[in-house]
Design a protein around this ligand. Sequence first.
Ligand SMILES: [Zn+2]
Length: 331
Amino acid sequence: MTAAPVLTIVTYHYIRPIAGSAWPGIKGLEVERFRGQLDYIQRHYTPVGAELLFAEARGEKPEWPARPLLLTFDDGYFDHYHHAFKEMRRRGLKGAFFAPTQSLLDRRLLDVNKVHFVLAAESDHRKLASEIDAHLASMLPGDSTAAIAGLHAAMRKPSRWDPAETVYVKRVLQRGPSADVRSAIAGALFRKYVSADIPAFAEQLYLTPAQAREMISEGMHFGSHGDQHIWFDHSSVDEQRQDLENSLRLRTTLGLKDGEYSICYPYGGYSAPSLDLARQYGFTLGFTTRLDLNAVSRDTKFLELARIDAGADVPSGADAPVSSWTKRVLC
Ligand SMILES: [Zn+2]
């Protein structure tokens, strides 16, 4: 329809009934709101699958519909199979799903998810921060006071989503002192506040490889989200390479189409070496958390696609007032 369409890509995480559920504190999207967003999207946009982007990246100049929009889902939650996929199939919509291999294939509970549920279980995040500092004081060698003060200075800052205390809890447990220390603290807090049966929790939280294959057979795209969900831009090149290599088993296990490999950088974190590695391992599309729309052309950086956030940036309801993001593609 148009030579250079502007593609909107939307990011989803948890989608579930939240109010009145066992986890009212989890940061996610109510299923009802998700359905309302699909109503809004179907009124103002044309949802497309990832195959159009792959074709464009190959230089095939595919025919784009008016106001294309790609729905993307991070982290491989059972929510995505049960709430998103089933609703999308009913409406004949496609989307792209990104699952870390440790959770999808090894059925291990990722630290990032332990932290989400600890934060949901204990609303006093200042208290959690203090408990983390107590763990750090007992685990770090020597006088840990200066090290902990350094972590506070670097990480206790509000973000687009969270107040400073919450950001501190997340950041220390995502990229604090060392992987071993972080994991030990996340595990201890999870067992204290959420559940002692970590394998059972993981089994319920993540969709399964069989469900992923079913989704693929219905036209959904699956891509890499790394192996352990690490921050690539805070990891050495060797650590990044190792994580990416470990994630490649996704391709054979799910029978992904050769030449249609995508990666969604965990936390949106990536650096120049990440892009080199992504090219080296045959990834064609890369999804970031850079907040923008994508003018699709020869100059598009297909490994650095921008996305908007479902929770903050997409209205719910066919009759909802049009957002500023939508106005940008309506003209
Ligand atoms: Zn993620």
